[in-house]
Structure formats: structure tokens, C-alpha cells
Ligand binder design. Structure first.
Ligand SMILES: [Zn+2]
Ligand SMILES: [Zn+2]
Length: 254
């Protein structure tokens, strides 16, 4: 849980990282919160990939869990994806400053937004599993060398502090370095991450929060979630700072 010091810091005046107006504790101001954070929750979306659902066809109001046709067709290894923001202007600026500009304080901001989004889910939508551990997606040596830190690891660390869940970095490791995914189309992305992660531990039958910074096509999350499920996790919930809307995914779905 957050310490008393952290609670005091949360109340101190600060400038909103997006617009510079008055805010508190490094968080977004109220206006930016409403404009950019709420958009992920404003319209009905698929639980698993966060694609918008077509209200009349895919979102029968009385159905507790909502999956799009694509996710119903091939059952994913993770139960749902929870993201703080869409990776779109201007929230993408925050992600870039965090990941490429080394603004590590933004890990705390995103962790609070992710945790709020997780807690705000309708209780009926996922049988409300409680998370027993948090596991970040491991970074490649190349990315670690370039940035000096793993953004997903920083997010998981802040989420653990906020939620009281244990942080289990060692539960996932990489089997190899991989090609830079930004240059790949969807099929090549899936191929490049096949078997990329492994869990060498026998896990207790608990729900695991799998933490990533930006989820684009979901290939990485699927592969990592599969490794955790194979190792014995009862279920996996993917938690991300941002989700890239389909239209922005490098044409990967076109
Ligand atoms: Zn603002
Ligand atoms: Zn879906």
C-alpha cells in the first residue's frame, strides 16, 4: 500500500503533465482526465482487445461478458485487457515522454490510471477475480540498453505499491531477442513473438496481472499470458498504460 509520504505527495499542487494547468500529486488535471482517460470507458468495447463493439450486433446489454467476433472465434489466453488511455494524441505524448524521455515519474501516474480503470470495471463483467501477483513483460537487452529501464517493469512496480499485490518479475523471461515489431505486419508480429516468453516456475493457481506499457496488436500479451497459464496461473488480466486503436496499428489489420 502507499506510504503516508506518498499520500501526502499525492495532495501537493502540481502542473498537469498534459496541459500545464493546476493539478495535484503529478496527476492529470480534471479536464484532461475527463477528455483523454474516460475515452477508453466511454463506449462499449471488447473485454479482450478493447476494440469498439457494434452496439446492436455485438453488445447485447444483458450479456455480462463482451467479446468481439474476432476474440470469440479464437479464445485468447488472457481474460481481459485494461488500459489507462488510448495511444492517440495527446495521451501518446505522455507515453513517449515516459518511454523515450525517461520520465519515470509517469509510471506512478499511469499506474494510478490503470488501477482506477481496473477498479471501475463493472463487477458483473469478469466474475471479479482478485489479482494475486503482478508480472511485467520482460524487455529485450537491446531496449534495456537503449533506455536504461524497462517501462513495463516500472509500471508493475508502481502498481504493486499501489495495490499491495506482489511483484514477480522472475515469473517471465525471454527465450531470445526479437525483431523490432514496429516494422512488421500483423502476421509477422504474431510469428516474431511465438514462444518468446517462458515461465520457469510452477505457479500457484492465482490470477496474475500481466503488465505492459503499450499494447498494439496484442501478440506480445497473448504469448506472455500463454506462458503464465501453462505454468499454472488460474487466469491472466492484461494491464497496460495504453492501447493502440486499430486504425493506428501500422495498417497491421488492414
Ligand atoms: Zn490538463
Ligand atoms: Zn476483441
Amino acid at each position: 500500500m502507499y506510504s503516508i509520504r506518498a499520500k501526502v505527495l499525492r495532495k501537493l499542487p502540481s502542473a498537469c503533465p498534459l496541459c500545464g494547468l493546476s493539478a495535484r500529486g503529478g496527476d492529470l488535471c480534471r479536464g484532461c482526465s475527463q477528455d483523454f482517460v474516460g475515452c477508453v470507458r466511454r463506449q462499449p468495447r471488447c473485454d479482450v482487445c478493447l476494440d469498439p463493439l457494434q452496439a446492436s450486433i455485438e453488445y447485447p446489454r444483458r450479456q455480462p461478458e463482451v467479446h468481439c467476433a474476432r476474440c470469440r472465434e479464437v479464445a485468447p489466453p488472457h481474460a481481459c485487457l485494461v488500459a489507462a488511455i488510448d495511444y492517440a494524441y495527446p495521451g501518446d505524448l505522455l507515453i513517449q515522454r515516459f518511454k523515450e524521455g525517461g520520465r519515470l515519474a509517469y509510471a506512478g501516474l499511469f499506474a494510478r490510471l490503470i488501477w482506477d480503470a481496473w477498479k471501475a470495471r463493472e463487477p458483473a463483467s469478469l466474475h471479479a477475480p482478485s489479482l494475486g501477483a503482478l508480472v511485467p513483460i520482460p524487455a529485450s537487452q537491446q531496449a534495456l540498453g537503449r533506455r536504461g529501464f524497462n517501462p513495463a517493469g516500472e509500471l508493475a512496480c508502481e502498481l504493486a505499491r499501489l495495490s499491495g499485490c506482489s511483484l514477480k518479475r522472475e515469473w517471465l523471461s525471454r527465450t531470445r531477442e526479437s525483431t523490432h515489431q514496429k516494422t512488421l505486419d500483423l502476421a509477422a508480429r504474431h510469428q516474431s513473438v511465438q514462444g518468446l516468453y517462458v515461465c520457469k516456475h510452477v505457479l500457484p493457481g492465482i490470477w496474475v496481472g500481466l503488465v505492459d506499457d503499450v499494447v498494439t496488436t496484442g501478440s506480445t500479451v497473448r504469448t506472455a499470458a500463454l506462458a503464465l497459464r501453462h505454468a499454472g496461473a488460474a487466469g491472466v488480466v492484461a494491464l497496460a498504460a495504453a492501447h493502440t486503436p486499430r486504425a493506428w496499428q501500422n495498417g497491421a489489420y488492414d
